[in-house]
Design a protein around this ligand. Structure first.
Ligand SMILES: Cc1cc2nc3c(=O)[nH]c(=O)nc-3n(C[C@H](O)[C@H](O)[C@H](O)COP(=O)(O)O)c2cc1C
Length: 356
């Protein structure tokens, strides 16, 4: 693999200079300690990928509160113990040579289930009687076999917004340079946007204008807890890919409103709101929505089946401004260095030069 393209040029987001545009996509490790703090696993896992040449390491979805995690093994950022763990992790990522970022998540109805490797890889709901909790969502409509969520009240909404603001403040205190709000893959923000999951008749439901009210409040909460000179990314669905769901045009208009509320970049995802959503098996599927979002006035990034260096060149700069690589970097922490390849003596860590 080799490429010499725009993918390896720097990108500025507010005061942050990302040394290149090939980033680690956020991927839950389900390996937090008993109180939601990073462990040695996280240090080794993210450290290896920081050494692997990505311009930004996005730490996995980190819950803003205990009940907004997907599982009890998710990371969190609501306590001082967690802040201390994240501080060590962010410092390691920076010292090893990448920019530390964290994804903040509010799982909504896709919450309180087992880790993927239990129960033969199927998500098993864990109810309050087994140490889980009742998920909160815009409407009491469950996702597949998961628990029936409670409909969020105004008071719940206020609490979630406070939790988001606190998590953003804690992410800053921990030393992260970029924050991403997880607004896709069928989690709380996405649930509010989609008519398939949001059947509310109050000010948070109805037409798109009303369905995006709470999501915009979530963005404002992040901005309230996060310094003005640091960038905010939102992972948004390009579309629900399901009849009657959020359309691509609607998603682009949400993005433009988010840009006005202080979002610098949209990280494009798709589907996953319903088990019946179309499964994408084509590289760059999400990136192909990039131009629509650009037209809405934001920088763009996307993930999705990027596994060869040529995919980077096909995506950047024509479709998106940056690419997030997920599973290819689980298989090989040095995927980006191999994609860059051209001059190993310049790109690989000095400690490894004698390998070439
Ligand atoms: C093990 C695993 C965990 C994931 N966890 C997250 C997560 O925490 N947050 C998120 O937004 N996406 C998550 N994803 C989705 C990835 O970030 C990525 O968008 C997706 O896998 C598509 O990119 P890829 O084909 O390069 O893997 C996860 C994916 C995998 C395989």
């Amino acid at each position: 693999m080799t490429t010499g393209s725009t993918a390896w040029t720097a990108l500025r987001l507010r005061e942050s200079l990302l040394p290149n545009r090939v980033w680690l996509s956020p991927m839950c490790q389900y390996s937090a300690d008993g109180s939601g703090a990073p462990t040695d696993w996280h240090l080794a896992h993210y450290g290896a990928r920081a050494a692997g040449g990505v311009g930004m390491v996005m730490v996995e979805c980190t819950g803003v509160s205990p009940d907004m995690r997907t599982t009890k093994r998710d990371l969190g950022l609501w306590s001082e113990h967690q802040v201390r763990g994240h501080r060590r992790l962010a410092a390691a990522i920076r010292a090893i040579g990448s920019v530390p970022a964290v994804q903040l998540g509010a799982a909504g109805r896709k919450s309180s289930h087992g880790v993927p490797w239990d129960n033969a890889g199927t998500r098993r709901p864990i109810g309050p009687e087994d140490g889980g909790w009742r998920p909160l969502a815009p409407s009491p409509i469950p996702f597949a076999g998961l628990g029936v969520p409670a409909e969020m009240t105004t008071k719940d909404g206020t609490r979630v917004l406070e939790d988001i603001e606190r998590a953003a403040r804690n992410a800053h205190r921990a030393g992260y340079e970029v924050v991403e709000l997880h607004g896709a893959n069928g989690y709380l923000l996405h649930e509010f946007l989609s008519p398939l999951a949001n059947h509310r008749v109050d000010e948070w439901g109805g037409d798109l204008e009303r369905r995006m009210r709470f999501p915009l409040e979530m963005v404002r909460a992040i901005r309230a807890g996060w310094p003005a000179d640091k960038p905010v990314i939102v992972r948004l669905p390009a579309a629900d890919l399901h009849e009657g769901g959020l359309t691509a045009d609607e998603a682009a208009s949400v993005a433009s409103r988010m840009a006005r509320a202080g979002v610098d970049m949209i990280d494009i995802s798709s589907g996953a709101l319903t088990p019946g959503a179309l499964r994408i098996e084509k590289p760059l599927h999400n990136a192909e929505y990039g131009p629509r979002f650009r037209a809405a006035g934001v920088l763009t990034a996307a993930s999705g089946l990027v596994s060869e260096a040529r995919h980077l060149d096909e995506a950047i700069p024509d479709l998106v401004d940056a690419v997030l690589v997920g599973r290819a970097m689980l298989r090989d922490p040095y995927w980006a260095l191999r994609a860059l390849d051209a001059e190993p003596h310049r790109s690989w860590p000095r400690q490894y030069h004698r390998a070439f």
